[in-house]
Design a protein around this ligand. Structure first.
Ligand SMILES: C[S@@+](CC[C@H](N)C(=O)[O-])C[C@H]1O[C@@H](n2cnc3c(N)ncnc32)[C@H](O)[C@@H]1O
Length: 531
């Protein structure tokens, strides 16, 4: 029997009591969630990923990385391979968007020496297996532009590449290592402190509890039901032996008062280890919701877990920035306020101030107008879609880098205006549809983009091309009657009545009461009679 509290309510079930934040069971649950869910975490839409992994983000990173390579070009070691390591790559979408744009830059540029290998990494081997067979990554795999590795940020030593078989060991890289990490630094354990009004440091201990019996059988249920209680305890001894974190925490203790402080010690240690893989240092590109200004660190309350299958927190980018600067590096963050996504570029490199192309690219692709701004505009376009003209719809899709997700949101409006467009516009749509598909990296989500593009082509009277998209839909989602029926309609329009009839028969074997197929067969019978 449950103990009864004085007010007669059952006492909560405690899962753990007074544990340091960074070693709390919360992080075991987070790990277990990602390992168990694999690609389903994103396929189901449970964990958000659009804002950090869309074509605009891919283009932005590609432009900044390309500029960084131009800066490297001014130095030596031209023939040496440059590695880009994506931490916590999850679904792998960012890699595809990056490479699509990067490829264009490489082929159009006079810089022909460039040899970049994009290493997709994660904790979960099942994610690696998904990427290894993803059709979009195959062309890059054959060119040796992509490789895969298990990298656990909590214990980085060396990186074993699963495709080439190479192993990157400390000091083995002659070029700086490029690291990207989106929605990442809040997915790995962090320390939590409270600095009181007298600048005294407190360690924050967490107790986890649920309402009685609600602990949950799976990581996702447990994360959903868990509640966190924070207890502050004066730190008796310095928490860190590593000088990079000890110094940083000292700075914060002098600067801040009466505030909670998330401290990414494990993230910083991970960067420190990755930096040591190269003789030339590290360049980091990272984006997440978070704060990079010191002013945002004052008067902060205890952190709030945002739950979506896994959980997320706001990232203390100010700590990464300070760590970078303390190491003699250069950290770039937007000068203006952001709307929900901070995007930082940090150069942990000897002469970091002397990378003009990188700074210029950051200025153009982040500071002037970046992925954060695009995301705000995208919402405006989605909400206002019903009033958009043909030209505005096309511009919206171009602005998004031919993003299939936005295109999907605009589809109802496109169907609405289809009857009114000119023949030139019809050809414009034809081109647009192919570019949207070319940009799309499928996760097998519920929204069948290939089918939608096929339907649009059918309405635009591009029947042969529509059949190609319906076939692709069948290969991704399996043969469905609805898709077969649309192919049959295309065959009819192409006067290929026998093939249409065979498809209608096939549908009726699957579903003898399929009204549209019955109707089609009846019409085909009449057609035969008069042909
Ligand atoms: C929120 S997801 C971000 C996925 C992707 N980067 C994005 O922007 O959508 C966090 C990713 O970090 C991975 N991850 C969690 N803990 C990790 C660790 N200790 N080391 C490496 N990856 C980890 C998870 O498996 C997951 O793929």
């Amino acid at each position: 029997m449950k103990k009864q509290a004085i007010n007669n309510l059952p006492e909560p079930d405690f899962i753990e009591i007074l544990q340091p934040f960074s070693t709390s069971k919360l992080w075991q649950l987070q790990r277990a969630y990602f390992k168990n869910a694999g690609i389903d975490a994103w396929r189901s839409g449970q964990v958000p990923h659009y804002i950090t992994s869309n074509p605009v983000m891919g283009k932005t990173y590609a432009e900044v990385v390309f500029a960084f390579l131009k800066d490297l070009d001014q130095r030596s070691n031209h023939s040496e391979q440059v590695y880009l390591l994506e931490l916590g790559a999850g679904h792998g979408r960012l890699c595809y968007h990056f490479l699509k744009h990067f490829e264009k830059l490489v082929y159009m540029s006079p810089l022909k020496w460039i040899s970049l290998c994009y290493v997709l990494s994660d904790l979960a081997q099942s994610n690696l297996e998904f990427w290894k067979t993803h059709p979009r990554l195959q062309p890059y795999l054959y060119k040796n532009w992509v490789d895969f590795a298990i990298v656990d940020a909590t214990q980085v030593t060396e990186i074993a590449l699963q495709y080439s078989g190479d192993i990157i060991t400390p000091g083995s890289l002659a070029q700086p290592i490029i690291v990207t990490a989106n929605y990442f630094f809040d997915s790995i354990p962090q320390e939590l402190f409270y600095i009181d009004a007298q600048h005294q440091l407190h360690e924050c201990l967490v107790s986890l509890f649920t309402s009685p019996g609600a602990e949950g059988n799976t990581p996702v249920e447990s994360i959903e039901n868990i509640q966190v209680l924070y207890t502050n305890q004066v730190s008796e001894k310095p928490p860190f032996a590593e000088p990079y974190s000890a110094n940083l925490l000292d700075q914060y203790q002098q600067l801040l008062a009466d505030t909670y402080l998330l401290f990414p010690h494990i993230g910083i240690t991970c960067l420190n280890k990755l930096k040591q893989l190269s003789q030339k240092g590290l360049m980091l590109l990272t984006a997440d919701k978070g704060y990079h200004r010191e002013s945002d660190l004052h008067g902060v309350g205890a952190p709030n877990l945002v739950k979506h299958g896994s959980f997320s927190l706001s990232v203390n980018f100010n700590a990464l920035k300070r760590y970078c600067e303390n190491e003699g590096g250069k950290a770039l963050f937007p000068r203006h306020m952001d709307f929900g996504l901070s995007l930082g570029c940090m150069l942990f490199i000897n002469d970091a101030a002397n990378y003009p192309e990188t700074r210029l690219a950051y200025e153009r692709f982040v500071n002037d107008f970046g992925p954060d701004d695009y995301f705000v505009l995208k919402k405006l376009l989605e909400h206002g879609a019903a009033a958009l003209t043909f030209n505005q719809l096309v511009c919206a899709v171009r602005l998004s880098g031919y993003d299939a997700h936005l295109f999907g949101q605009l589809l109802p409006r496109l169907h609405e205006i289809l009857e009114t467009i000119t023949d030139d516009e019809r050809w414009g749509m034809f081109q647009l549809i192919h570019r949207v598909w070319d940009t799309y990296y499928t996760l097998g989500e519920a929204n069948d983009i290939a089918f939608e593009l096929g339907r649009l082509l059918l309405r635009l009277c591009f029947y042969k091309e529509a059949i190609i998209y319906f076939d692709i839909s069948g290969r991704i989602y399996g043969e469905k009657n609805d898709v077969l029926y649309h192919i049959a309609i295309c065959y009819c329009e192409l006067n290929r009545f026998d093939e249409a009839g065979k498809l209608a028969d096939k549908i009726l074997i699957n579903d003898p009461k399929h009204l549209l197929a019955l109707d089609l067969l009846a019409k085909l019978g009449v057609e035969k009679l008069y042909s």
